[in-house]
Design a protein around this ligand. Structure first.
Ligand code: BGC
Length: 319
């Protein structure tokens, strides 16, 4: 009876059995390092012991933003840069973590949308696909962080299609993640074509923007101080996650977080509520971000104190 019930749940549950093999549940973004023009430019260089701390805290995955486009010339990556990425990937494997390699901050493609940049994206993945052909399945690919600017979801989907045809022969069961425009907005999910097995759709969640990004130095608008946590706020959050799951496809929440200028209790309340909303909808999640650097305000871990910041771990891992 129990077995029949389980089989029924697998067959008719909100997500397909494919989604149940997705290895990611609790993830953290190790940003501000390899997506800086040069690692360290933004004040942080990835350290092996930090990866171990992430594993010890109960995360199973690191999403690793990498500005691959800054290190790719004449069809090849700078070998020293690729070796550094490999070193970090190796540390994640030693710590028994999955790692999502995400092609981050390809602004030139977003800004111009030219065929040359599109061809360059395809070429980078061709080379990365060869380079990681023998990598374990715990290495996941994410094809392009946050399409925006001139790049619509349809443009991105056409690119994904080409890149996937290139990658799939050598990577038939590697999870490959992709999302829609407006910085991976929830509303773009509906315009992505149905995924094939081992394709995973992603979205980022920073709503309401005025709350999560108040005080962030790189946001031009002078956002008014605001809190979060009313019944209406919570209802909106739940509705937005209902929109995310409306296509009934497997999903990954690749980024969510709050800049530090928000009132701290509200910040922690929002983190917990978003994490819980994701879990209630069966969506694996990835907090932005781990530590300082230019995005200091989103940090979960204080490198100087060598410890997690108050409240964050409980909001992510607690009840
Ligand atoms: C960007 C970061 C930014 C974060 C929150 C990420 O996708 O890469 O630069 O801090 O979103 O805004």
């Amino acid at each position: 009876m129990l077995r029949a019930l389980i089989l029924l749940l697998v067959a008719f549950g909100p997500h397909t059995s494919t989604a149940q093999t997705f290895p990611v549940a609790r993830c953290i973004n190790m940003g501000a390092a390899l997506e800086a023009p040069i690692e360290g430019d933004w004040g942080y260089v990835i350290q092996r012991r930090h990866i171990d701390r992430i594993a010890q805290a109960g995360f199973d995955t690191i999403r690793l933003p990498v500005k691959f486009s800054a290190h790719f010339k004449n069809g090849a990556f700078d070998p020293a840069f690729l070796a550094r990425v490999d070193e970090v990937v190796g540390w994640t494997q030693d710590a028994d973590l999955n790692v999502i390699l995400v092609l981050h901050h390809y602004w030139d493609l977003m800004d111009t949308g030219t065929d040359a940049h599109k061809a360059n994206l395809i070429a980078m993945w061709r080379v990365l696909g060869q380079h990681y052909a023998d990598a374990p399945q715990s290495v996941l690919f994410e094809l392009l962080n946050e399409p925006e600017g001139t790049l619509t979801t349809a443009d991105a989907a056409a690119l994904y299609d080409t890149i996937l045809s290139d990658l799939r022969p050598a990577h038939p069961t590697r999870w490959i993640i992709m999302g829609g425009d407006e910085w991976n907005n929830i509303d773009s999910l509906a315009d992505l074509p149905d995924p094939d097995p081992y394709d995973m759709h992603t979205f980022h969640f920073y709503e309401p923007w005025q709350f999560t990004h108040q005080g962030a130095p790189y946001v031009q608008a002078d956002l008014p101080r605001s809190g979060w946590g009313s019944d209406a706020d919570r209802a909106t959050l739940s509705q937005r996650f209902d929109v995310a799951t409306a296509q009934n496809r497997p999903l990954f929440l690749g980024e969510f977080g709050v800049y530090d200028a928000a009132p701290r209790p509200d910040h922690i309340r929002w983190l917990r509520a978003v994490r819980q909303a994701a879990e209630a909808h069966g969506i694996p999640w990835c907090h932005w971000g781990f530590t300082q650097g230019e995005q200091a305000g989103f940090q979960a871990f204080d490198v100087d104190r060598d410890d997690w910041r108050a409240g964050v771990l409980d909001a992510l891992m607690g009840d």
